[in-house]
Design a protein around this ligand. Structure first.
Ligand SMILES: Cc1cc2nc3c(=O)[nH]c(=O)nc-3n(C[C@H](O)[C@H](O)[C@H](O)COP(=O)(O)OP(=O)(O)OC[C@H]3O[C@@H](n4cnc5c(N)ncnc54)[C@H](O)[C@@H]3O)c2cc1C
Length: 451
């Protein structure tokens, strides 16, 4: 049920070792000492930027990371204010076998817990318990549809259009709305904008899913150790006209021989950084065509737990993408009475205009429908607002109508052998994930090392 689960269950993942030895191994090129004279500025201290910076520093380059926020991590961001780690961005290592995040997490000290998909219960409106068989059969049919529906798609049609044409009786079925929401929209983006040809793109690793328990930010904090990271530095302009690149940040101008831009696709779409000269047309086109979705996460805590002792509790409300899936945090933090829930796509954006009280009211209406009106109110709420977050303007990239896979490569393309681009949205095989972002950072570092 987690992100990318449907892909993992239906495709055989490419083990990373088959594709990434050049990324994971350090460069064969001998460091002749000249690297010390070269300054590299990395823009953004997310996992991609930090991975690149660490690799380049190890090769002797003078590396500076400029980060707009008050801490490193970007979309690997953890809020511990309630005494439990609430990951605002990534929570899971998707498929542990061959996934570069697996060994990195171990090195960094990120603790994980295997979330078992089959530990689940599903309720319909009125608190009606759905039979496991109805759920399982629907899930099997969904996988089969997702494996073949791209053959009925075309370049101009959205996933929603094609699905509704092929399966009109499912379009308004609450269980199917739930499946599409948590198995497809969560993983990709708005179904009325998702490509009907490319919705299933993206390679996956095999193995179980593991959720971070002491915070995903453990990884960026580990990577940042020993690096020259300058926080609260918002880059507004990159002028690559001359041999030395000029970077404007907080009214100051810094110069570099090479720059790696790792800001999220949403930031590029919003033109928050001025490039001089303007970016090549292919890159601008790709920025425009690849989609940036919205997923928001909510953590609610209670004095006592009143819910089922399973990992996942699902609910199939009338409104799609709305608080329809609860992760039972108590499964991996037995002393904590907390549920994590989600909103996707348009409903996720709508939540950003709602007060905390309104959010709690809507979540509680679902839980009361399941568990009765006498359940207690939550003691606390933590929430995200990824769409309006100026450091991301969305959650992660997806294949919107009009996207071609080559657009991810266009986003990764180097300009004049001095302006480099990394970030999850530049990884054609693993876009939208923490591991994709990490691999993209190593990829760009190796490009510079091998120049
Ligand atoms: C809600 C949500 C759930 C997710 N779930 C998972 C999951 O379970 N598993 C998984 O593998 N992946 C998941 N992801 C995706 C994963 O978190 C990202 O793909 C990954 O963290 C992106 O890393 P990055 O380095 O590309 O970008 P970021 O982490 O966004 O780093 C970019 C950095 O650039 C900085 N920046 C922005 N603008 C400027 C500027 N003008 N000047 C200077 N700095 C700037 C930002 O502050 C940020 O620190 C999730 C993401 C979200 C949002």
């Amino acid at each position: 049920m987690q992100r990318r689960k449907f892909i993992k269950d239906t495709l055989t993942g490419l083990p990373v070792l088959l594709l990434a030895p050049s990324l994971l191994a350090s460069s064969c090129k001998k460091n002749d000492g000249n690297n010390k004279n070269k300054t590299i500025i990395v823009i953004g201290a997310g996992i991609s930027g930090l991975a690149a910076a660490k690799q380049l520093k190890a090769e002797g380059f003078n590396v500076i990371v400029l980060e707009a926020q008050e801490k490193v991590g970007g979309r690997l961001r953890t809020d511990r204010s309630l005494g439990v780690a609430f990951d605002e961005g990534a929570s899971w290592i998707h498929g542990i076998n061959g996934n570069p995040i697996t060994p990195l997490a171990a090195q960094a000290g990120m603790d994980t817990f295997e979330t078992v998909d089959e530990s689940r219960v599903s309720y319909d409106i009125g608190g009606v318990l759905r039979s496991a068989a109805a759920y399982d059969n629907g899930e099997t049919e969904l996988y089969s549809i997702l494996n073949s529906m791209m053959n009925s798609g075309n370049a101009n049609q959205s996933f929603e259009t094609v699905f509704n044409n092929l399966y009109p009786s499912k379009a308004n079925d609450r269980l199917w709305q739930f499946f599409l929401s948590t198995y497809v929209t969560f993983d990709t983006g708005d179904l009325n904008q998702l490509s009907s040809l490319l919705y299933n793109e993206g390679e996956e690793f095999s193995g179980v899913e593991k959720i971070a328990t002491n915070g995903y930010d453990t990884i960026p904090n580990y990577l940042a150790n020993g690096l020259n990271v300058q926080l609260n530095q918002r880059v507004t302009k990159i002028d690559y006209t001359d041999a030395k690149i000029k970077i404007t940040h907080n009214g100051n101008i810094s110069e570099a021989d090479y720059v790696i831009v790792t800001v999220p696709l949403g930031v590029l779409k919003a033109n928050r950084i001025q490039f001089a000269p303007a970016l090549p047309i292919d890159k601008q086109f790709a920025i425009n065509k690849i989609g940036m979705n919205c997923v928001n996460k909510f953590l609610l805590t209670w004095n006592t737990a009143f819910w089922d002792d399973v990992q996942y509790i699902s609910y199939t409300p009338a409104i799609k993408d709305k608080f329809n899936y609860f992760v039972n945090v108590k499964k991996f933090h037995p002393a904590v009475n907390a549920l994590m829930t989600f909103a996707y796509a348009d409903y996720a954006r709508q939540t950003e205009t709602m007060t905390d009280a309104q959010i709690i009211g809507e979540v509680m209406s679902h839980l009361k429908d399941i568990y009765g009106t006498s359940i207690p109110n939550p003691t606390n709420l933590l929430r995200t607002k990824w769409q309006t977050n100026e450091n991301a303007f969305g959650a992660y990239s997806y294949t919107a109508v009009g996207t071609e896979m080559k657009h991810f490569e266009d986003l990764a393309a180097t300009i004049n052998n001095k302006l480099f681009f990394a970030g999850e949205h530049t990884e054609v095989d693993y876009f939208s994930t923490a591991h994709g972002a990490y691999l993209s950072g190593l990829r760009e570092a190796n490009k510079i090392i091998n120049l």
